[in-house]
Design a protein around this ligand. Structure first.
Ligand SMILES: NC(=O)c1ccc[n+]([C@@H]2O[C@H](COP(=O)([O-])OP(=O)(O)OC[C@H]3O[C@@H](n4cnc5c(N)ncnc54)[C@H](OP(=O)(O)O)[C@@H]3O)[C@@H](O)[C@H]2O)c1
Length: 313
């Protein structure tokens, strides 16, 4: 089968011919129609998780995917051949990965795909969608809360903006001027242009009493401390990229943490339900072929990807 993979951490991903995987006990073999690109894909290829991740090579890139079940291993109860599914496929210790014609996933990493959207749309949802949903829960985003989201125009941010606004929160989203209108359409009450000067200063100028919750996807440790100045006494400050220092936040009288995603089949089912109910807009900014996937990973590395990128297989 054709797959995009690396032979070692730090290598550029490339298109390869690899053997088709076989499902073991509790596993599901899927013929993928589409894979969704996330920054974690190139972070894994680059070896940024160090010894925390044991991998077997060649390592197929990609977590998210959608397609049709081809075969199931012993003990699988929820799926049979022919079922349309979506979910997460990355298992580094088993060689990956969703940027491939076929991939194996744990049964618990999949859910029935939404019926009313394409596989490309479903493939764009799992990691970013579950992250956004868990963030809303863990940061206790609710009616009337003012929430500042940095990186709001990306995959996680566009879902988070919708889910937070859907719960009645007042969302302030970072966006370049060209994206401001789009973010308002998704439910943002206001936008801040992160290219026009320090975000903290702009937010405090417009909202001197600050925000209740900060969800930051873009700042290093120093930048995160600076941004957390916007959070009211007793508020919540969350980093998605490990920049939060709990001791510093406690000194500032904030509740803060480094977010770690906790995926589940129930969450995937909730998101599929939202898709079918028309409650979640998925912005697929770019659709590429498997041949083009290595270049698309490079574009994601720059941090300037617009909307979700989907690999059509
Ligand atoms: N901890 C976890 O469990 C977890 C889970 C999911 C994702 N993440 C991480 O969260 C980050 C975001 O993920 P994603 O999938 O949403 O990424 P993405 O789709 O690549 O989006 C990145 C977005 O950030 C914006 N951006 C870049 N620099 C910015 C800045 N300085 N200020 C404001 N916005 C900026 C970009 O917009 P412009 O190009 O217009 O600047 C782009 O829209 C990634 O680092 C990812 O690895 C962590």
């Amino acid at each position: 089968m054709r797959a995009v993979a690396v032979n070692a951490f730090g290598e550029e991903p490339q298109l390869m011919e690899l053997p088709e995987p076989e499902p073991g006990p509790g596993e599901v073999l899927v013929r993928l129609a589409a894979a969704g690109l996330n920054p974690v894909d190139w972070k894994l290829a680059d070896g940024l998780f160090g010894d925390a991740v044991k991998a077997s090579f060649p390592l197929v890139m990609g977590s998210d995917g959608a397609g049709e079940v081809v075969a199931v291993g012993s003990g699988v109860r929820r799926f049979t051949a022919g079922d349309p599914v979506f979910g997460q496929f990355q298992r580094p210790e088993r060689g990956g990965g969703s940027y491939a014609e076929f991939a194996v996933a744990e049964e618990a990493a999949l859910a029935p795909a939404a019926r009313s959207v394409t596989y490309a749309t479903s493939a764009a949802v799992p990691t970013a969608g579950m992250t956004a949903y868990n963030l809303v829960e863990e940061a206790r985003i609710s009616e009337g809360r003012r929430v500042l989201i940095t990186g709001a125009t990306g995959g996680v941010g566009t879902f988070l903006t919708q889910l937070a606004a859907g719960r009645g929160a007042e969302v302030i989203a970072t966006a370049r001027p060209a994206k401001a209108e789009l973010m308002r359409t998704l439910g943002a009450a206001a936008t801040v242009d992160h290219t026009a000067g320090p975000v903290a200063e702009q937010v405090l100028a417009a909202h001197p009493d600050g925000v209740d919750v900060l969800i930051d996807m873009t700042s290093d440790a120093e930048g995160f401390i600076e941004l957390s100045r916007t959070v009211r006494d007793g508020g919540v400050a969350v980093s998605l990229i490990g920049s939060a220092d709990a001791d510093v936040l406690t000194e500032q009288n904030l509740r803060g943490f480094n977010f770690v995603n906790r995926p589940s089949p129930q969450l995937l089912e909730i998101l599929a339900g939202y898709l079918d109910a028309g409650r979640l807009t998925v912005l697929v900014g770019r659709e590429v072929s498997l041949e083009e996937a290595p270049e698309a990973l490079g574009a994601s590395r720059t941090g300037r990807a617009q909307g979700k990128t989907v690999v059509a297989i």
